[in-house]
Design a protein around this ligand. Sequence first.
Ligand SMILES: [Ca+2]
Ligand SMILES: [Ca+2]
Ligand SMILES: [Ca+2]
Length: 506
Amino acid sequence: MNRKGFALVIAMVFMSLLFMGGSSYLYMTTSESKQTERQADSDKAFYLANSGIERACWRIKNNNILNSETFKLKGASNAANYLEDRDINVTVANLGNNLYQITSTSTVGNSTKTLNSIIQKNPPSHVFDYGYFVNNWGWFYGRGITAKGDIRSNGRFDFRDSPMVEGNIYAGFEIYDGGQGIRGSGGDTDRNGNYLNQHPFSDKLDMPNLNDLSYYENIAKTKGGSVVINGATIINNVFGDDPGESGNIVLIGTSSKPIEVTGTVVIRGDVVIKGVIKGQGTIYAGRNIYVANDLTYKNAPGSPRPSSNNPDALDNWVMAQKDKDLVGFAAKESIVLGDYTGRTGGSWYANNWLFSMGNEDVGRDGIPDTRDTGENDGIFQSQYEDMDRDGVKDNNYTWASVQTQEPINNFANCPAGVSSFGGIATNSVSKLDGVFYTNHAFAGKVGNGAIVNGAVISKDEAIIYSNTLTVNYDERINSRHSTGENRIIDVGLPFSKKVDIIRWWE
Ligand SMILES: [Ca+2]
Ligand SMILES: [Ca+2]
Ligand SMILES: [Ca+2]
C-alpha cells in the first residue's frame, strides 16, 4: 500500500469511529466516489477536512488548543503525494461550558469541503444514566427490592425472589432471574416469551477513574466550590489553609442548618456525612465517604420520579425539578453505609459479602468470574488488571478498607463528645438522597424500608437491607439533560471520556 492510500485509510478509519450510528452517509459518499473524478476530489477534501476535526479534538483533549492552524497530513516534504500536500485549515471556538466548535476546511482540485462539529470536553459519564450501575456483579436478591429507572451491570446480573424493576435491565454478560421472574416492566415479555426490556451481553461502559483528583481540585478552586453550614464556610477548596480539605471531615446538617453544597468540592481524606443537605454540586473524597445516617435534601423534587417512564413525562419532570437540590458523592475508595462497628442499630453484616469482593486478579475483561485471560492466575497483569489505576494490586476488601483512617474524634468538624464512629452512625439509615459514585465498594447496612433517591454507581456493591429497599433513579442526571448545548443540569459528576461529539454538519 502506498503512502497516499495509507493516509486515506487512516482518515476513513477515523470517519467510521466518528460516525458510528450515522454511517449511511459515509457509505453513500464512498460508493458515489467511484462515479466521477470530481466526486473523488470532493471525497478526498472531505476526508482531509475530517482529519482537521480529529486533530482539533486531540488538541482539546490534551489542553493544547490553537484557535486557528493550518497543517498538512504529513508536512510538505513530499509534494508528489496527492493528499498529503494539501492544506487543512482548522479553527476552534470556545463556546463556554466545555463546549467547542471546530471548523475544518480543505480543497482538492475544484472541491472545497468545510466540516463543522460541536464537541463537549469532559462530558459526564454514561454510567450516570442508571439508577443502579455496578462494574462487576449486579445482584438483586430479595422480593423487597424495587428499582425505578434503568439498571445496568458490566458483569452478569442476577435476580432472586422476584424483585421489581420498572425500567430496562442491561448486563455485560447473562441476566438470570433464577426462574422466579422479575416483577415490573423489567420482566415484561412479548407473546413468545421474549423479554422486552432485558439486554444481556450489552457493551461494557467505562467507569470514570478518580485515582487522580487533581482535575476535580482545579475545578473546585477555579469555580469556587464550597460547603457552608449555618453561615460558616466549612470548605472553601483552598487546600492547606485548614485541616478539612487536606484531611478528614465530618459534615452534619439539620433542617434549620443544612449542609449547603455549591459546585465541586474536594476533601482529600475521609468524609463522614449525615442529615439535611441542600444545593447543587458534587463532594469528592480522596478516600471513603461514610453515610452515617439519613441524608436528605432540604428542597427535594416534588416527587422522586416522573409519573411514568414515557419520554415526555421524564422530560417534563426534569424541567419542573431542575433547580431542586441535587448532590453527588464521589469516593476514590469506598462508600460505607451505616455503623460498621455494629454498635448502633444492630449488626452491620455487609462484611459477609464484601470481604469476598475487590480482588483485582480478574483478567483482561476487568470482570471477576469470567475465566478469561489472566483471571485468577496469581499474576498481576497491571496493564489491564489495575482497575483503579493506583499502581498496586488490590486484594479483597477487609476491615481496613471499611474503617476510617483515623479515629473520628481527630476529624475536622467532629462534634464535641463524639469519641467513636458508633457514636455518630447508625444501622437504621432509611433515606438517602443523592448520587453515589465509587471506584470501589458501595457497602453497608440500611434500616427497614430504605429508599435511595438518586443513583448507586459502584465497582462492587454489598447493601444489606431489611424489609424493603427502593432505588428511585433521579432522571435529572441522565446524559440527555447533562450533555450538549441545551443541557440544563451540571453538578460536576465524574467523567470518563474526554470528548463527546454533540453535533456535526457539513
Ligand atoms: Ca475476568
Ligand atoms: Ca491475573
Ligand atoms: Ca489497583
